[in-house]
Design a protein around this ligand. Structure first.
Ligand code: HEC
Length: 172
């Protein structure tokens, strides 16, 4: 009896300690958990879908920056600046809390909607399709509040792999 009580106490203390540890680690790694960086400088989730990387001082990876630029040339006329939405197209910074990478791709490639609310299909538009990961990565960072509104102040240099992928996509 005495022993088992002490044992219970010790177990409880251990469990509590473990819970505190995971709690702390979970908070620190909320954004980065399971995220790895490829040689192309692009970050990937555990599932292998693209995601963003923001440094501690707010420096954004190349892909966020490129996505910011492409979003504002191809999407913002309807979806509003910074993914904030407009009167006739939804705020994509919110949509990406709900849509996964594949659902996002499907909508951009094939389009959606009817009547007055039509999302055009961009599957044949290289200015969108060659940068679609970048646009997704940018919007995902906005959706997680990992970056503020506006043009990113500091960014990483363009990786060679990004230039190569771009050339290959445009066939130059
Ligand atoms: C001509 C206006 C227009 C342009 C340009 C446009 N969209 Fe859309 N988009 C819409 C409308 C309208 C909807 C809502 C369609 C519906 O009601 O189903 C929409 C819906 C979407 C959705 C689904 C949102 C949700 O909450 O389910 C995604 C994702 C999306 N657009 C991505 C993009 C991206 C990325 C670009 C730029 C490459 C883009 N759109 C450019 C008008 C546009």
């Amino acid at each position: 009896m005495n022993f088992s009580l002490r044992f219970l106490h010790r177990t409880a203390a251990l469990l509590l300690g473990a819970a505190l540890l995971t709690g702390a680690a979970g908070e620190l790694a909320a954004q980065e958990e399971g995220v790895t960086r490829g040689e192309d400088g692009k970050s990937y989730t555990e599932e292998g879908t693209p995601t963003y990387h923001v440094g501690e001082d707010g420096t954004v990876d190349w892909y966020i920056y490129q996505g910011f630029r492409r979003y504002h040339s191809e999407c913002h006329v309807c979806h509003g600046p910074d993914g904030m939405g407009s009167t006739f197209a939804p705020a994509l910074a919110n949509s990406l809390k709900r849509l996964d990478y594949y659902e996002f791709m499907d909508i951009v490639v094939n389009g959606r909607g009817s009547g007055n609310s039509v999302m055009p299909s961009f599957g044949d538009n290289p200015n969108v399709m060659c940068y679609i990961d970048d646009i997704y990565i940018y919007l995902k960072a906005r959706s997680d509040d990992a970056i503020p509104r506006g043009r990113p102040a500091k960014r990483e240099d363009k990786p060679d792999a990004a230039t190569e992928a771009e050339d290959a996509c445009f066939g130059t």
